[in-house]
Design a protein around this ligand. Structure first.
Ligand SMILES: [Zn+2]
Length: 417
């Protein structure tokens, strides 16, 4: 067997690698299975120190990773003695310089490398903002062409230090939300013969994000008891669950999977709504608010996926069940307060989605869902953008094309990408 193979979670069959998003028969996720059972961090920089558990042969020039540390101020405030923070973003004083300020760059770095090694020539990626930023950075660094589809309401907040328009083409969707961008991305890839990146279905994305839990577990010395994260599509949460399965199999970090505590931003919280009622299915009329554009309703717009991979085999529902997890609904006002609290106590700014995760932690403490001495991991999925602005000039990601969500196939065909 090679370095890794892909297991169809639903049917149980095993495929050889390659840039594939499903087995072709079942709807469930594929999951990578690595031949190395033990996690031995290698000598490569950044995220590539975990290359044994990434679906690539060789590292790229990307050299960052998150940083895990034990909280003092926030932990004291909450009365917790073992609160760890895994910080994704720009915070040089704490040893991390992720210039897109989001954990999405872990997934984009690994996905672009995976695509290069799989012979993919160009990727089409849908995004609510952070993913676009991360793929623009990775595409620029690796000189690998990507096409990004981003709703207008999200694109206005996408700033980064540098990107190269020779490799990054941006299509702005004027009237749609994130789910519309996903639908158009799939059509565009089909019509143009490009490769659709796949979102949560892409194992490289998930294993890239899974390095957050690998980093934290090595730093702590064992698997945490609790894991907190804000979710839109839930890709990071599924990734954490899968990384935990590998760490449990490794045998040195404990035998219990971390309990997933996942938070959504009310009122766009389809997974929270379905989970609360014990359902595997998301019912649009019941779980998704009626609105012209859901992006107008929430503070953390990156969390706005209306059709997340929740019920499919190996998706968020299964990850919650396997870890006896919980879901949280966080109001805009709670997220804003939590974001300010974190900045005041921990000394660095965080993105709105990370504020949603902090608010969920506050709710859990309030409810008594976690005990004082439990090892608890808070995933700050993005932060340091105010800090970054002190060091670097930032540029907004500019659109090359503008489309409506009602775009015809012919218009997609005519785009010069
Ligand atoms: Zn299958």
């Amino acid at each position: 067997m090679g370095k890794f193979r892909l297991l169809c979670v639903e049917g149980g069959e095993v495929l050889e690698g390659g840039f594939v998003l499903s087995c072709g028969t079942h709807r469930g996720l594929l999951r990578s299975i690595y031949s190395r059972r033990r996690l031995i961090p290698g000598a490569h920089p950044g995220v590539w120190r975990f290359i044994d558990w990434l679906p690539v042969e060789k590292p790229s020039s990307y050299a960052c990773k998150p940083v895990t540390y034990r909280s003092e101020a926030l932990a004291d405030e909450l009365g917790l003695t073992n609160l760890y923070i895994v910080f994704n973003g720009y915070w040089p004083e704490h040893g991390t310089r992720m210039e897109t300020c989001t954990f999405k760059e872990l997934e984009s770095a690994v996905t672009v490398r995976y695509a290069q090694e799989s012979g993919v020539e160009r990727l089409v990626v849908a995004s609510a903002g952070n993913t676009a930023k991360a793929f623009a950075a990775a595409a620029t660094q690796e000189r690998f062409p990507v096409v990004l589809l981003v709703p207008k309401k999200c694109l206005c907040g996408v700033f980064l230090p540098r990107y190269d328009r020779r490799y990054v083409k941006t299509v702005m969707i004027t009237d749609g939300d994130y789910s519309d961008s996903i639908a158009i991305a799939k059509r565009l890839a089909r019509i143009k013969g490009f490769t659709y990146e796949g979102g949560a279905r892409n194992v490289a994305r998930r294993d890239g994000l899974g390095t957050v839990l690998l980093d934290a577990t090595l730093e702590i010395g064992r698997l945490p008891r609790h894991y907190f994260q804000a979710v839109g599509s839930g890709t990071g949460a599924i990734a954490a669950y899968e990384a935990a399965l590998r760490l449990r199999r490794d045998g040195r970090f404990g035998g219990r999977l971390p309990k997933l505590h996942l938070a959504q931003n009310l009122p766009v919280a389809p997974m929270y709504s379905a989970w609360r009622e014990g359902r595997r299915e998301i019912l649009p009329e019941r779980d998704i608010p009626r609105a012209e554009n859901v992006l107008d309703l929430i503070y953390a717009r990156v969390l706005s996926n209306r059709y997340p991979p929740y019920g499919i085999a190996g998706g968020v529902y299964d990850a919650l069940r396997a870890t006896q997890g919980e879901m949280y609904g966080v109001k805009n006002s709670e997220a804003k307060r939590a974001r300010a609290l974190f900045a005041r106590l921990e000394g660095v700014d965080i993105l709105p989605a990370a504020g949603v995760a902090v608010a969920a932690l506050l709710q859990a403490v309030e409810r008594g869902s976690i005990r004082r001495h439990d090892i608890t991991l808070l995933n700050i999925t993005g932060g340091g953008s105010a800090r970054l602005r002190k060091d670097k000039k930032l540029h907004r990601l500019k659109e090359d094309y503008t489309l409506s969500r009602h775009v015809a196939d012919r218009e997609l065909e005519e785009l010069e990408l």
